[in-house]
Design a binder for this molecule. Sequence first.
Ligand code: THU
Length: 136
Amino acid sequence: MTPQKLIKLAKEAMTHAYAPYSGFTVGAALLCADGSVYQGCNIENAAYGPTNCAERTAIFKAVYDGHRQFSAIAVCGGKDGRITGAFPPCGVCRQVMREFCDDDFRVLLVGEGDCWEEITLSELLPHSFSAHKHMK
Ligand code: THU
């Protein structure tokens, strides 16, 4: 799976977003260790708090199907259905990634055009609390 293919799947996932409140649609494509890919979108709620981000939608779909090892995720989003610049995942999604992913899990932050930035989970969430490190 090339970064370009994963990014294309994240862009496609963005079209599934349900974001009537913020107007900010997000798509994610999660690469599992076995090569399978799960897509996710943000799903908002009138009560705001129950909103689920695209990254967590993808991770939860994959975990439900029995996957617990992941190597990368591509994320894109923006206003009016267009990518308006790369942005890093929210703190809740970082902690959910921490539950299942190693320090070198790659997060591809997709910007406008064909560009993207790559950052690891340990860079996004240093000094993190995780079950495998702290609850043995
Ligand atoms: N959102 C995501 O889906 N992923 C992120 O990492 C950041 C934020 C969504 C949540 C909400 O539906 C909208 O973007 C605006 O915050």
